[in-house]
Design a protein around this ligand. Sequence first.
Ligand code: SF4
Length: 347
Amino acid sequence: MSEGRALGLVSGGLDSTLACRVLQDQGIEVIGVHFNTGFCLTDTRRQVGRRRESVQRLRSEALRAGSDLDVPVEIVDVSGEYLQIVTHPRWGYGKNANPCIDCRIMMLTKARGLMQELGARFIFTGEVLGQRPMTQYRGTMRQIEKASGLDGFLLRPLSAQRLPETEPEKRGWVDRSRLLGLSGRSRKPQFALAAQMGLTDFPQPAGGCCFLTDPSFGRKFFDFMRHLPPGKIVSLEDFVVLKVGRHLRLTDRLKVVLGRDEAENDFLENYTAGRWALRAAEVVGPLALVDPPASGGDLELAARAVARYCDGRDQASVTVRCEGDGETRMLTVAPFSAGETAQWVIK
Ligand code: SF4
């Protein structure tokens, strides 16, 4: 084991980057881990947005930060087991669909499991006391530390001087006087520190980031959860589809997801298996997905929504090709009006 190896949760955002640098400046060897929950904003942008976003914005921020800091970062996929966390969080949700307390406990518990394997003596994060609601209150930070089995071995270098002394400090592995005492929601001190350290390449305002804090995603998420058919086993794919497109809740059992541009249509094309896929047959328009079982009446409603968003929206009728359950149906329907669809859009 290295004299002072520490394992950090690295998102690639400014705070975790600064936390790495603060420890490196003390001569501590830093390694990093990044957990892929399946809800990472940049990962989804990478999948959906190749046509719309520059390569620069679509990189893995965790790996980019690791490379800039000369810190090896291991990416660990936890997306499968994360489903349980996101659908049944023991400690509930934040403002949106974000189960942050459960999420932090899970990540830190997993990081603890990696500590020995990676030869690290303690874990650190870029958390700042009082910066974010839910997980960065003093009491919650302590609760998370204990629940993840890291009692005393979880260091928050950016706020350490405002928190109880940890084992790495008590045992002299880390010099407490060279840690920081940041707190509060302002990020000005972090920006000042970044400038002082010559760090210029980090996502604004905070990198990594996850969909679960997005209000619009949250509304789609809770709509989906409220309308789960009895016995339905959720999959990551169910949530992936929530991340893109225009979502229309037409009835309790009928929701239509429509691509809003070519990139989203291409993305949704990957998720047609097991669903009905609808497209205007003779004019340009979105790809729409409908979950089964879909009755003839459901398909007709969905086809009218497709007609509303295709180039034939001003025509009296539009023919829509509906493919699913091993069959193809051609439905000629009247497009919905803008007013009709507006009431169903989950924004
Ligand atoms: S914002 Fe997302 S990744 Fe971060 S703690 Fe909350 S749920 Fe987890």
